[in-house]
Design a protein around this ligand. Structure first.
Ligand code: SAM
Length: 214
């Protein structure tokens, strides 16, 4: 059987690059070093798997840039056993990183093909992620509340159901459309029943979080 965890040297190199770009969380870097990003790539594009770039995964969608995955995960302050909701399963790579950090991961994807593919990939990697086919704007009320919520597509605004499904002192990391093609990465901490502390963490570029009409 093929060694899924090959290309260790390329992952180490990527981790060194991420450190230089400012990623400090040791556990996040360890997870990036462990998870085989190439596994989530179409075999025709394997040579790009450890470049620090976003890449097409079909259906007009992308696997996020490793720096973005690392930064969002770092901002999320993942603790072992955290119940995490991810919006935008895409390739499944971000879910695998969260699962490796010891989180209980729930992930929603609105594209059926990507949902099926990611579910199968994650199973093959023995990552215990619960994958759902549906609309991330609504979250997963039946499994709420969550310690952490991460949105991996550009939201035009912060969806209210996601705020409602966050535990007290929980964290939501979400790129929110500000102007043009750039989004502001927001880290929102729930400090009270209807109180939130929001901080901005720079500009990123994501594919849009799609709604019912687009
Ligand atoms: N986290 C992914 C990964 O590790 O590969 C990258 C996600 S990709 C940048 C954004 C994903 O969000 C796409 O797969 C897209 O189909 C999905 N998406 C867009 N709108 C959505 C919605 N309303 N609900 C759930 N998923 C959505």
């Amino acid at each position: 059987m093929e060694d899924l965890y090959k290309h260790q040297a390329l992952r180490k190199k990527l981790v060194e690059q991420l450190k230089k770009s400012g990623i400090k969380d040791f556990k996040v870097l360890q997870a990036i070093e462990k998870i085989p990003r190439h596994f989530f790539f179409n075999s025709a594009f394997l040579q790009f798997a450890y470049d620090d770039v976003a890449f097409q995964i079909g259906e007009g969608q992308t696997i996020s840039q490793p720096y973005t995955v690392a930064r969002q995960t770092e901002l999320l302050e993942v603790r072992k056993g955290d119940k995490i909701l991810e919006i935008g399963t895409g390739s499944g790579y971000q879910s695998a990183i969260l699962s490796t950090l010891g989180a209980e991961v729930y992930s929603i994807e609105r594209n059926k093909k990507l949902h099926e593919r990611a579910k199968a990939m994650l199973k093959q990697l023995h990552c215990h992620v619960q994958c759902f086919y549906g609309d991330g704007y609504k979250g997963l009320p039946e499994f709420a509340p969550f310690d952490r919520i991460i949105v991996t597509a550009a939201a035009p605004y912060v969806p209210e159901p996601l705020l409602e499904q966050l535990k007290l002192r929980g964290i939501l990391v979400i790129p929110v459309d500000s102007k043009g093609s750039a989004q502001t990465m927001k880290k929102i901490r729930k400090t009270g029943e209807n109180e939130y502390d929001t901080k901005d963490y720079g500009n990123f570029s994501f594919v849009p979080l799609l709604g019912e009409t687009n």
